[in-house]
Write a protein that binds this ligand. Sequence first.
Ligand code: PLP
Length: 428
Amino acid sequence: MPYQKFQPESLMMSFGHQSGMARGAVKAPVYQTSTFAFETAEEGKDFFELAYGLREPVNGEAPGMIYSRLDNPNLEILEKRLSLWDEAEACAVFSSGMAAISTTIFEFLKPGDVLLYSSPLYGGTVHFITEVLTRYGIQVLPFYYHQQPEDILRQLNAKRQVQRVAMIYIETPANPTNRLIDIEAMSTLAKTLSTEDRQVLTVVDNTYMGPLWQHPLQLGADLVVYSATKYIGGHSDVIAGAVLGNKEMVERVKGLRTFFGSMASPYDAWLLTRSLETLKLRMEKQTRNAQRIARFLQNHPMVERVHYLGLLTEADDDQYRIYQKQCSAPGAMLAFEIRGGEKEAFTFLNNLKLIKLAVSLGSTESLAQHPATMTHAGIPEDVLAEMGISEKLIRLSVGVENVRDLISVIEHALEKAAEVREAEMAVS
Ligand SMILES: *Cc1c(COP(=O)(O)O)cnc(C)c1O
């Protein structure tokens, strides 16, 4: 067989670590150290000059380890492995998804800039954008999935903000309704808004689909961010985040990471490299399970509507077109509207066995939650309505369990919700 480039899943067990580096250890040790000894004072001087950009590297010289807030072997290995999935030039890992997101946004925005962002976004990101960024003189402007780039441009023109846009920040599919935004179209809009001396960046939160089922950098995005707490970590035992893109931009983000001190810890990085070994296996199994569950829900009399990418059809028009273009699988996140209201939704959640009632997603175990009163609590009712979040909506993050077991516990909880609904109808 002719030599071919190995696929990421073949490289997750070893890439970036040679056993010779650590007394033959097949697996990289945890470099649980805060600081690193220099062989000589001259070496220490060289490392600092390179790390602080005081001179250009000669002959591909790279800075050695100095201090674990700047870099650490476990971070380096994790960043190399994560880069493979998105075919990114560089990666920076963080102590949380929010640390990755806030550090990235801060690095590229300054007072007077305008940030365009898709709505809905992850709640923490919305809070950071609308409550924190705005304190620093940054203007923020949401747009919805159904708005075309031309509409957005018209809106910017009307507000005389065209020349000030610095970043377009998007999350797709959007949580919890799985609405899609066209990454390619938004990157094109960013390029249209860019001038010779001002590059408008497109940043995509790829937590829901990545790094397997969607590759924003290949669709024209400049940076991709992750909550590595979700699929990348995948076991609900680590909080972490990542940013990927070209070397120059990621180096800038790493610079600010050094001063915010928001890097991942050596042990968390080590746990994540362990998780990456099974990333594809997990995500494939979770996706297969979700497909089966979505079909089951779609045919259940207690379910009004299922929001799942795998159920999109040509009748869904634009959404179907975007899905075909930018996703390679439907993923394992779904939401559905139960017949009735909050009471039926809560009865369903309270009667779920096996599936935990908890926020977060992407883990080996299945999780369920009620967006209107949990992840999206505190959002004004009209905004919730615009986002398509009602009291009937339940979100499921599908895990790796036996799918027949999952379907049987969902069926049982739906029956309980049906009983409550019948009793209510009898009274009224
Ligand atoms: C969880 C999540 C975040 C925040 O990540 P943390 O690791 O909790 O800080 C950001 N974006 C999305 C889409 C998420 O699901």
